[in-house]
Write a protein that binds this ligand. Structure first.
Ligand code: FES
Ligand code: FES
Length: 162
């Protein structure tokens, strides 16, 4: 039995310890945001955060994740109450088929948690590992920039209250 902590909630998992996290998320926990693209660590569709770092969940066995903090797109907000990154992707209409977008958002989230005012070069370097075959890259970059600006405004507003 392995305990996986996903989006702040612990789950006792009875699957084979060699099972890739992606399968456990989708099939066992019914968290379907992370997608199967290549299964080879080459496309980023399966990206989630482990201790705030992006990982390919298609390649990571659950045996390696005991005691780690995992975050999936479901942890960033809900349809009724989307988080800043989700709102920015909607505002910029940064999706065509949408298949790559959950992975894109998780990779962007890792960057914005470290630095909500990244340069364009930093955003491009961060997002390079994730592929979009629909070609929505420019909108995705705009959405990441917009989300960072929103996060900065929110933290300034918070600081103003303190
Ligand atoms: S499905 Fe994991 S990197 Fe492509
Ligand atoms: S929006 Fe279709 S793969 Fe990116």
């Amino acid at each position: 039995m392995i305990t996986l902590t996903v989006n702040g909630r612990p789950h006792e998992i009875d699957d084979d310890p060699n099972t890739p996290l992606l399968y456990v998320l989708r099939n066992t926990l019914e968290l379907n945001a992370a997608k199967f693209g290549c299964g080879l660590g080459q496309c980023g569709a399966c990206t989630v955060l482990m201790d705030d770092q992006p990982i390919y969940s298609c390649l990571t066995p659950i045996a390696a994740l005991q005691g780690r903090k995992l975050t999936t797109l479901e942890g960033l907000g809900t349809i009724a109450d989307p988080g800043p990154l989700q709102r920015a992707f909607i505002a910029e209409q940064a999706a065509q088929c949408g298949y790559c977008i959950p992975g894109m958002m998780m990779r962007a989230q890792a960057l914005l948690q470290r630095d909500s005012a990244p340069s364009d070069a930093q955003i491009r370097a961060q997002m390079e590992a994730n592929l979009c075959r629909c070609g929505t890259h420019m909108r995705i970059l705009r959405a990441v920039r917009r989300a960072g600006e929103e996060m900065q405004k929110a933290s300034h507003a918070q600081a103003g209250k303190g």
